[in-house]
Design a binder for this molecule. Structure first.
Ligand code: HEM
Length: 191
C-alpha cells in the first residue's frame, strides 16, 4: 500500500459514472488498446523523470499568480499544501500511464474531481486555500500538461514516431481524465 499522505486509491466511494460511460468516452477521444500500450511505454520513460516534470509544472503554476492563488491563503503560498499535493501529482503520472482503467481507477477520478471542486478541496491536506479550482482552468490546464510532457518522452532516444504515439496517447488520457474530473462542476443530468 502507498505511503503517500492523502492518496486513497481504491479506498473511495463509487463514482457516479460507469465503466460503460468510460467506454463511450474512450471511443469519443479515439482511445484504443494501442494507446494503453503506448502509455505503458511512456510510463517507463517518465518514471525516473517525475521530479523534473513536477519542477516544471510547479514552476508554471508558481509563475502565474492567478494559478498560485489556488494553493495560497491570504495571498501567501501554503508550502505544506504544495508539497503534499506534489507527491500525489507524481503518483498520478504513474497511475495515468500504468493503471488498468477499471472501477477503482474510475472511482479515484471522481475523488480527484471532488478535490478540485469545493466539495472536497483543501480537506485532504487540511489546507485553507481558495475553496475551489475554477472550471475554466481545469480544461485550460490540459494544454500545458500535454505540451510540456513531450520533451520528457523524447529524452531516452526513441524515434520521432514513437514519441508522437506516446504523446498522442498521453493527450487522450489527460482529456479523458479531466472530463471525468469535471463531473461535480456540471448541473445534474447535463454531464
Ligand atoms: C489538466 C488539469 C489538471 C491536472 C492533470 C491536475 C492534477 C492534479 C493531481 C494529480 C492532484 C492530486 C490528486 C490527489 O489528491 O490524488 C491535484 C490536486 C490539486 N490540483 Fe490539480 N490538476 C489539474 C488542474 C489544476 C489547476 C488548473 C489548478 C490550479 C492551480 C490545480 C490545483 C490543484 C490543487 C490546489 C490541488 C489540491 C486539491 C486538494 O485540496 O485536495 N489543478 N491536481
Amino acid at each position: 500500500m502507498s505511503t503517500i499522505p492523502g492518496y486513497t486509491y481504491a479506498q473511495v466511494p463509487a463514482a457516479p459514472f460507469t465503466l460503460h460511460d468510460l467506454e463511450l468516452l474512450k471511443q469519443t477521444v479515439m482511445f484504443t488498446d494501442e494507446d494503453i500500450a503506448w502509455l505503458k511505454k511512456a510510463g517507463t520513460i517518465l518514471s525516473d523523470q517525475i521530479d523534473e516534470i513536477l519542477d516544471l509544472w510547479y514552476g508554471f503554476v508558481g509563475s502565474h499568480p492567478h494559478l498560485l492563488e489556488y494553493f495560497s491563503k491570504n495571498g501567501v503560498p501554503d508550502q505544506h499544501y504544495l508539497q503534499a499535493v506534489r507527491q500525489r501529482f507524481g503518483q498520478w503520472i504513474r497511475d495515468l500511464c500504468e493503471r488498468h482503467y477499471d472501477q477503482d481507477w474510475l472511482n479515484y477520478q471522481y475523488e480527484i474531481g471532488l478535490r478540485h471542486h469545493h466539495t472536497k478541496k483543501n480537506q485532504t491536506d487540511q489546507a485553507q486555500a481558495a475553496p475551489m479550482i475554477h472550471y475554466r482552468y481545469m480544461v485550460a490546464f490540459i494544454y500545458p500538461i500535454t505540451a510540456t510532457i513531450k520533451s520528457f518522452l523524447a529524452k531516452k532516444g526513441h524515434s520521432a514516431n514513437e514519441v508522437e504515439q506516446m504523446h498522442q496517447a498521453w493527450f487522450k488520457a489527460v482529456v479523458l481524465t479531466v472530463v471525468l474530473w469535471t463531473y461535480p462542476y456540471i448541473k445534474p443530468g447535463e454531464f
